[in-house]
Design a protein around this ligand. Structure first.
Ligand SMILES: [Zn+2]
Ligand SMILES: [Zn+2]
Length: 393
């Protein structure tokens, strides 16, 4: 490792292409560069740190593939690649660095971790990504039989999808249901998955000085959701083999997204989530006290936001970020083409929300409709027509 001062050296060309964000040129220079990629620029920064700061996932991946050391660097303020990734606000870059062994606890010269730097510049999603990160080994441990065990707690093929599921930052129940739908192996092994999540919860609470109440609660929360969705899927599978009732996400969404008497409060969601909080077995811990206090205020905030704050931290002043009306995913790509007032990730999210939005959407466009005239069920033709009109937001 050495400083490179020669302006035209291949090392310098790599720094330049990263700064320009020129991926094609970057690939070609990297292919020509035969040596070690852990070299520094005049500020003691590595190429990986530059790529992380640029928030360029592809460059970060290519450098890691070439053996870039994620904890290497000689920056004067002790910034690590993860600090730079955190500043870029690209959560996927941060995840790649964490997967490669970046140390989330490393601090810069003013004592700030990468997550704290991300919070400082308002990259809330990145803060949550780093704080919720667990290494894959935490889960793969359960896929190997230990001691007297003849069968491991988890089948090996569950580890990867479960890791992805646990790392997810969006904890909205409908988003989790959609994630489970996309990873059927998790529901097929729901009992094992739930059991392992509960064991992980216990493990986080019994780490002595390293006890992590937040992760413990997250594991408990995910276990609760998996077991609930599994129940719904099983009941409908056994009672109805022919119907499209296999659509457990729709059943689950209709249960949780149905507005209360005032027309917008999600009363059923609240009841469901309060049950989850109530079942957290560590009643004396700090976050439990905080949640109960918030939920028993005179005008309590929605249980979902209390849980989201507990798991992902306070958001600061960024509440104006648009999010999906169905699953709360940030910066959704589409909006309702009729009223343009609500946004969705995709057609699937719009479909799941139509039974709620239908009334409001029509109300925006015509005279108010008496409630008794509104059909409670989804009109398939109407929904299809609406889906056709779904446009990019
Ligand atoms: Zn969505
Ligand atoms: Zn609409």
């Amino acid at each position: 490792m050495e400083n490179n001062t020669d302006e035209s050296s291949p090392e310098n060309n790599i720094f330049t292409t990263i700064a320009q964000g020129d991926l094609t040129e970057f690939k070609s220079i990297l292919a020509q560069h035969k040596g070690n990629v852990n070299f520094f620029d005049e500020n003691g920064m590595t190429a990986l740190q530059h790529a992380a700061y640029k928030g360029c996932k592809d460059m970060v991946q290519l450098l890691l593939d070439r053996g870039a050391d994620v904890n290497c660097g000689n920056h004067e303020y002790n910034y690590t690649a993860l600090h730079f990734g955190a500043l870029s606000g690209n959560s996927e870059v941060c995840k790649l660095l964490l997967d490669a062994g970046a140390k989330p606890q490393a601090t810069n010269s003013v004592g700030r971790t990468a997550a704290q730097m991300a919070a400082f510049v308002g990259n809330h999603h990145t803060v949550a990504t780093i704080n919720n990160y667990i290494p894959r080994s935490e889960l793969s441990y359960y896929a190997v039989s230990q001691g007297q065990q003849t069968v491991a707690h988890l089948p090996a093929q569950v580890v990867e999808p479960l890791h992805k599921f646990v790392l997810g930052v969006n904890i909205h129940p409908v988003r989790l249901a959609l994630n489970l739908q996309h990873a059927p192996v998790l529901l097929d092994n729901a009992e094992k998955v739930t059991k392992v999540l509960e064991m992980l919860c216990k493990k986080e609470m019994t780490r002595g000085s390293e006890t992590n109440e937040v992760m413990a609660f997250k594991y408990h929360y995910l276990a609760f959701i998996v077991s609930e969705i599994h129940k719904i899927r099983d009941v409908h599978k056994s009672s109805d083999q022919t119907e499209k009732n296999h659509d457990f996400v729709m059943i689950f969404s209709r249960k949780l997204l149905k507005p209360g008497k005032d027309g917008y409060s999600l009363d059923l969601m609240d009841v469901f989530l309060k049950d989850c909080v109530r079942e957290f077995p560590y009643r004396e811990c700090t976050i439990m006290h905080q949640m109960v206090k918030a939920l028993t205020e005179k005008e309590p905030p929605p249980a979902l936001s209390v849980i989201d704050c507990t798991i992902n931290g306070q958001r600061g002043f960024v509440d104006s970020i648009p999010c999906c009306s169905t699953c709360a995913e940030e910066k959704p790509a589409k909006k309702c083409s009729k009223c343009k007032l609500v946004q969705y990730c995709d057609r699937e999210c719009q479909r799941l929300h139509w039974f709620v939005h239908k009334k409001a959407c029509n109300r925006e466009l015509s005279a108010p409709v008496p409630a008794s005239n509104v059909k409670p069920s989804i009109d398939a033709a109407e929904l299809t027509a609406e889906l056709q009109n779904l446009v990019a937001g």
